[in-house]
Design a protein around this ligand. Sequence first.
Ligand code: KG4
Ligand code: ZN
Length: 341
Amino acid sequence: MERDNANDVLMLAIETSCDETAASVVKNGRKVLSNVIYTQIALHTRYGGVVPEIASRKHIEKINQVIEEALKQAGVTLQDITAIAVTYGPGLVGALLVGVAEAKAISFAAGIPLVGVHHISGHISANYIAYEELEPPFVCLVASGGHSHLVLVRDYGEYEIIGRTRDDAAGEAFDKVARAIGLGYPGGPKIDRVSREGNPDAISFPRAKVAENEYDFSFSGLKSAVLNYLNSCQMKGEGYSQADVAASFQKSVVDVLVEHSLHAVKEFGYDRFAIAGGVASNSSLRGAFERECAKRKIGFYCPPPQLCTDNAAMIGAAGYYEYIRGIRSGFELNAVPNLKL
Ligand code: KG4
Ligand code: ZN
C-alpha cells in the first residue's frame, strides 16, 4: 500500500466529461500513482467528431474496468482511498452523469467522502502535478476543445477569468479547419504534425482582436478566412498545400494566444505563466511560449502533453485542494453541463 503516513491523502479521481473514460490515484495532490485513460477517439473518428450518445454508452461500458485498473496500478484498494474526486461539469451531460453516478455509488458503498471537481480547475491543476514546487498565484491559459480562457489563479481553487472566447474555442477551430482540409478528427494533433512540413508564412490569415476586451479571443473569423481561402483556390481551379494552410492557420492561433496571454501577465503584474488543456499539447504553441517567456523573464509552466489532454490525474490534483479546504459534495451532486468556474 502506497500511503507513507497516516496524513497522506489518497484521492481516487474519475473523469468522463467528453470522450475519455479516465481514473487515477493521486497522493497529496501532486504524486500520480496511476493514470488510466481509455480513449474513445477511434470510435468517434468516423463521425468526424464526438457523438454524445456513443460517448455515454462507452463510458458505462468501460468505467468499472478503468477504475479497477487505476487502483491495481497504484497498488491500493478502496480501503486505502481517502476521498473520491469526480468531474461534474462542464461537459456532455450524459457523459458527465456516468462518472458522477459511479463516484456517488462508490462513495456510498465504501463510505468515502466525495468531492465534485470543475473540469477546467482540473486542467489548470495538471500544472501542480508537473511542477511540484508551483504554487499560486500565476496566470493560466486554458485552451481546449470547449474552452479558451485566460485565468488569474489567485490561490488553490480560486480563479478569476479575465478573457474568454467570443465564439469558437481554440481546439474547436483546430478541429474544424482540420476537417476542411481533409485531415479528419481529432484535428489538433493532425494539424500539429502536418504543420511541420508547411510554411507558416505562406498565407496571411487574420489575428482577431475583440474591441471590448483586449484579453478575449475570437476564432470564428479565422476559421472563415481559411474556408474562404480554400473556396477561392477551388474556384480558380488551383490546388492548395495542406501543410501550408495548416501551418499558417496554426501560426495565427499561436500568435493570438501568446500575445493576449503575455499581455495579461504583464498588465496584472504576475511573473509566472502556465498553460493547460488539449491545445496546450501543441508543439508550436509550447515552443512559442517557451521563447517569449524566456525573453520576458517570465516563469513558464507546461504540463507534459498527456496531462494536457483529458485525464483523471488532473481531477485528483484539483480535488485534493478542494478536499483539504474542507469541501465535500453530497449525494445530491449532479452533472452540470455548463458549470461556471
Ligand atoms: O482538453 P481536451 O482533451 O478536451 C476538452 O476539454 O475539450 O482538448 C481537446 C482539444 C481538441 O479540440 C483537440 O483537437 C485539441 O484539444 N488538441 C490539440 C492538440 N492536441 C489536442 N490542438 C492543437 N495541437 C495539438 N497537438
Ligand atoms: Zn478537457
